[in-house]
Design a protein around this ligand. Structure first.
Ligand code: SF4
Length: 396
């Protein structure tokens, strides 16, 4: 049963922002990771950060095999482009860690939960290089382990896709060369070669501000009103030359649409953000597989348009969403039952294709895990198979 309601003000997380700013977090950061598993109702859950979004063919195979051998034979994608294995049995954490380590997916075990980054999936080598360098810098510093598992970097190639994902620190390729650093509604221009160090310095500025505030903020937007993030001083200490850019707005572009892009790239979405190990393997052969924060994959570097179209047909046959006009494009869901004890319903079984123009997110409770940014139709379970529908986020 659906109870339709008129468009509402932004979702409760946004409505409560002033409340969040004043709140002192009382609990430690319990974000799951690849080494710190989360005990869920359907077994343990491992969340693997893929900071640049790029998986090698071998890493794809290792993850698919791990989900078969240790988990439930599926992989879930998150709204930050992370990959989750669910249904892990008791005592398999060490075995999973060995597999991930050998595949090069755990370059620094102490930092595995702070490598939170979203990167434009179609980015070229320059912007991809920023992301890889920023990840290496993050993993090279002791102090970065103080960041929470929720603190997010975005590295955008200028098209404005990941810049719209409300990251704490955004690096953006500027239209005529150069790099922009965006933090707490302020922007600086820096040299491209300095961009990764600038982003790291901004994270340091946030941590300093969070310590001064003493409220236990995990994210920039959780700092108390008036608490300055002194990015300029931290850039100076890092010897990064930066020029303030007044009133610079972040570009707003959309995600890569499913289908063939250009002459040799394919983009697909995973229905409700989940794939079987067989589907995951069906992404190969590929030079690399890029995981997107829209719960999809991009395969660049295919041998021309005809080859890309052939791969798209094969991936359609494997059960991926391959067309923008698919009714499942833009439909997402939280884990729901049986994986989440908080869920009032089996959300993934209840989720239906989209009817309106907005993205639709189905949730088993009011936490709305993994909901999209921007305007979206919100379906929240109120009981077994019953949902309340509202429109959330800015609608203009
Ligand atoms: S939205 Fe609620 S039911 Fe769904 S995964 Fe999050 S906590 Fe669980």
């Amino acid at each position: 049963m659906l109870a339709a309601m008129p468009p509402s003000s932004p979702n409760p997380q946004d409505r409560g922002e002033a409340h969040i700013r004043d709140r002192v977090r009382e609990r430690g950061d319990a974000c799951p990771g690849a080494l710190r598993l989360h005990r869920a109702d359907d077994g343990s859950l491992a969340r693997l950060r893929v900071p640049t979004g790029v998986l090698t063919p071998r890493q794809v195979t290792v993850l698919a095999d791990a989900s078969d051998r240790l988990g439930d034979g599926h992989l879930s994608l998150t709204s930050r482009g992370n990959v989750e294995l669910r249904g892990l049995g008791d005592g398999c954490g060490a075995g999973l860690a060995d597999l991930l380590r050998e595949a090069g997916l755990l370059p620094s075990e102490r930092h595995e939960r702070v490598r939170n980054m979203v990167v434009s999936p179609l980015a070229g080598p320059g912007v991809q290089g920023w992301a890889a360098r920023l990840d290496a810098l993050l993993c090279a510093e002791d102090w970065t382990t103080e960041l929470s598992g929720r603190f997010l970097f975005a590295v955008d190639d200028g098209r404005g896709d990941v810049a719209g994902l409300a990251a704490d620190v955004t690096l953006l390729a500027a239209p005529h060369g150069g790099a922009l650093l965006h933090v707490a509604d302020r922007t600086w221009r820096v040299a491209p070669a300095d961009a990764p160090r600038a982003a790291l310095a901004a994270a340091g500025a946030f941590l300093a501000a969070a310590r001064r505030a003493g409220t236990g903020a995990w994210r920039v937007r959780e700092l108390p009103a008036g608490q300055d993030v002194d990015v300029t001083e931290h850039l100076r200490r890092a010897a990064v030359a930066a020029e303030p850019v007044p009133e610079a707005a972040l570009p707003a572009g959309g995600p890569p649409p499913p289908g063939v892009i250009g002459d040799g790239t394919v983009s697909v979405l995973a229905r409700l953000g989940r794939v079987s190990s067989a589907q995951f393997r069906a992404l190969l052969p590929a030079e690399e597989v890029r995981v997107t924060p829209w719960r999809g994959f991009v395969l660049p570097g295919l041998a021309g348009r005809a080859a890309a179209e052939e791969r798209l047909r094969a991936l359609d046959g494997a059960g991926f969403i391959t067309r923008t006009d698919s009714p499942w494009t833009g439909v997402t869901a939280c884990t729901g039952r049986p994986g989440c004890a908080k869920s009032l319903s089996d959300v993934r079984a209840d989720a239906r294709p989209r009817e309106g123009a907005l993205p639709v997110h189905w949730s088993g409770c009011a936490r709305r895990c993994g909901h999209p940014q921007g305007a979206w139709t919100d379906m929240v379970a109120t009981g077994e198979g019953a949902y309340q529908m509202t429109v959330q986020g800015p609608t203009k």
